[in-house]
Design a protein around this ligand. Structure first.
Ligand SMILES: C[S@@+](CC[C@H](N)C(=O)[O-])C[C@H]1O[C@@H](n2cnc3c(N)ncnc32)[C@H](O)[C@@H]1O
Length: 232
C-alpha cells in the first residue's frame, strides 16, 4: 500500500501536492543533470555533439508532432543525445515500440538505454545506418527524425548518410530535421542531387534560438501528394 492510500482522507490532498512537487523537482534535477552531461560532452567533442545543450521541449514536441503526422511505419531517430526528442516521440507516436534510436556517443547511448528500456537503442554511427538496421530487422520506415550536427561535416559524409536514409525510407517517407534560423539544414546541392523536395513544416519563433522544422521527401512522392490533394 502506498503512503497516499494509507493516509486518512484529510491528509490526502497534502500528500498529493507533496508527490507532485517532488515529481517536478525530479524533472528539474534531471534536466539540470542532462544539461551538464551534454555540455561536458560538447567540450570534449564539439563537432560530434554539435550543440551546447539538449533540444528544448517545444522544439522536441514540434519534431514529434511532424513525425506523428506521417505514415504508420517505423520511426528512426538519428542522434538521440540525452533523449528530449525520443521522449516527445514516445508521447506522440501511436506505437512507440516502432521507434529505433541511433546514437554514437557511448555515454549518451548508455543513458538512453537505461532511460528507455523498452526501445531499441542502437550504438553506432549513422554512416552505418543500413548495416545496423538490416541486422535489427526494422521493417518499413516512414520517418527519419534527425538532429545530427552537420556543421563541420564534409559534403561526402552528409551525402553518404542521406543516401542511406532515403534508401531506407518508404517511397512516401519523410526525413525530418530542424535548423536554428530559417535556412535548410540539408545543403541545397544535396537536395537537388538526391531529387528531394524541402518543406518548412513549422517555425518556432519562441524557441531559443528560433528554429524551423524541415521535412524532405522524394520529388515523385511530393508530386503524388500534390496530385492527391488536387484530385480530392
Ligand atoms: C545536436 S545533438 C542532439 C541530441 C538530442 N537529439 C537533442 O535533441 O538534444 C546531436 C547528437 O547526435 C549524435 N551524433 C553525432 N554524430 C552522429 C553519428 N554519426 N551517428 C549517430 N549519432 C551521432 C551526438 O552524439 C549527439 O547526441
Amino acid at each position: 500500500m502506498t503512503r497516499l492510500e494509507a493516509a486518512p482522507l484529510t491528509e490526502a490532498p497534502a500528500l498529493l501536492k507533496g508527490n507532485l512537487r517532488s515529481a517536478r523537482c525530479e524533472t528539474q534535477r534531471r534536466a539540470i543533470g542532462d544539461q551538464a552531461l551534454f555540455f561536458r560532452a560538447w567540450l570534449r567533442r564539439p563537432v560530434t555533439i554539435g550543440a551546447v545543450m539538449p533540444t528544448r521541449a517545444p522544439l522536441a514536441r514540434a519534431m514529434a508532432r511532424a513525425a506523428a503526422s506521417i505514415g504508420c511505419g517505423a520511426v528512426v531517430e538519428l542522434g538521440g543525445g540525452t533523449g528530449p526528442i525520443t521522449r516527445a516521440l514516445i508521447d506522440s507516436l501511436p506505437s512507440p515500440r516502432s521507434l529505433v534510436v541511433i546514437e554514437r556517443d557511448p555515454a549518451f547511448h548508455r543513458l538512453l538505454a537505461h532511460r528507455f528500456p523498452t526501445l531499441r537503442i542502437l550504438y553506432g554511427d549513422a554512416e552505418d545506418l543500413l548495416d545496423m538496421l538490416d541486422a535489427d530487422n526494422v521493417g518499413r520506415v516512414s520517418t527519419i527524425v534527425s538532429s545530427l550536427p552537420r556543421v563541420g561535416w564534409s559534403l561526402g559524409r552528409q551525402r553518404r548518410i542521406l543516401k542511406q536514409c532515403f534508401s531506407l525510407l518508404a517511397a512516401d517517407g519523410v526525413f525530418l530535421e530542424f535548423s536554428y534560423g530559417a535556412g535548410s539544414p540539408v545543403p541545397g546541392i544535396l537536395v537537388n542531387e538526391l531529387s528531394l523536395v524541402a518543406h518548412r513544416l513549422e517555425r518556432l519563433w519562441a524557441n531559443f534560438p528560433p528554429a524551423t522544422v524541415w521535412g524532405y521527401r522524394r520529388v515523385r512522392a511530393a508530386r503524388t501528394a500534390v496530385q492527391v490533394l488536387a484530385s480530392g
